[in-house]
Design a binder for this molecule. Structure first.
Ligand SMILES: Cc1ncc(COP(=O)(O)O)c(C=O)c1O
Length: 285
């Protein structure tokens, strides 16, 4: 997969694309983003990602320079040009470039860019080493449903997790588990799947949405509830989801083994169901 950039309508190699110093994305994190996975160069759940992008952009009152049909086509074309392979599209929309001042500028044109990046093939269902989680206080703002560029709270929590030998930070808001620094979190108790509702503290993850749909298909109760770390840690299975990780089973949480230290059977079945969806939608095997 070649790394190409679409920047305000122009396609260039990655190294040649430039955005101005006073772009509000750079100075204020005044913008939103999306990450879309492609398999054998076919985008997965592109419509769902476009819908969330529109919701995020509307929340910040940043007009999208292209309508949904045009944007989808531009993304598909860029992925095609990159050549066959596994990867992701990173898309970013900012309020644009204007002399630095907090109020919305009158004149700025939004900056829209997206680029492709190769990714290794994800773990097969049930395989991999399992994720190690580390708890971090959820000190983020209360609009986490917007996929905002302002990720400093996530960055600091992730770094804290890494420095403590873990892979991912899990946010604890008071007494409640919300989500992870770059993924949603779920647990399995007595055959039901539990996760926190989306909203002020939880991004409406697209992978989360697919998991909810799979649960429905498989007659598995999908329960949106606020759980404490203790309640989650006592569950039979814990897994996290994101576009790039798909479903990943959790082995450890604050250095204690959870879920028996192995991938749970429902986690594996849901991941297999996810792969079936990927196959049906993209043709990738
Ligand atoms: C904070 C946060 N929560 C959840 C997710 C998972 O969202 P999705 O499944 O759409 O990738 C992400 C994705 O990166 C994220 O950054």
């Amino acid at each position: 997969v070649a790394e190409l950039v679409w920047l305000n309508g122009k396609i260039t190699p990655f190294a040649q694309a430039r955005v101005g110093l006073e772009d509000r994305g750079f100075q204020f994190a005044d913008g939103v983003y999306e990450v879309v996975r492609f398999y054998r160069s076919r985008c997965f759940t592109l419509d769902e990602h476009m819908e969330r992008l529109e919701q995020s952009a509307t929340a910040l009152r940043i007009p999208l320079p292209l309508d949904r049909v045009q944007l989808k086509q531009a993304i598909i074309d860029l992925v095609d040009r990159g050549g066959e392979g596994e990867g992701m599209v990173y898309l970013q929309l900012t309020r644009g470039e204007a002399p630095r001042a907090h109020p919305f500028p009158d004149t700025a044109k939004p900056t829209l860019l997206f680029y492709t990046r190769p990714l290794p093939a994800p773990w097969r269902p049930g395989e991999g080493d399992g994720i190690k989680l580390f708890s971090a206080a959820d000190e983020r703002w209360k609009k986490c449903w917007i996929k905002s560029l302002a990720l400093l709270g996530n960055v600091l929590a992730k770094q804290q997790a890494i420095e403590n030998g873990a892979d991912e930070a899990v946010f604890i808001d008071g007494e409640i588990v919300t989500e992870c620094s770059a993924s949603n979190i779920f647990c399995v108790k007595r055959g039901s799947v539990y996760t926190h509702p989306v909203g002020p503290k939880v991004l409406p993850g697209i992978t989360r949405l697919v998991v909810a749909q799979l649960c429905k298909q498989m007659n598995v109760p999908f329960v949106e509830a606020a759980l404490t770390p203790r309640e989650m840690q006592a569950a039979e299975e814990i897994f996290i989801t994101s576009t790039t990780r798909e479903l990943a089973w959790v082995r450890e949480w604050d250095r204690k083994t959870v879920g028996g230290g192995k991938c749970g059977t429902l986690t594996k079945r849901l991941h297999e169901g996810y792969r079936d969806r990927v196959r049906a939608e993209t043709g990738a095997t």
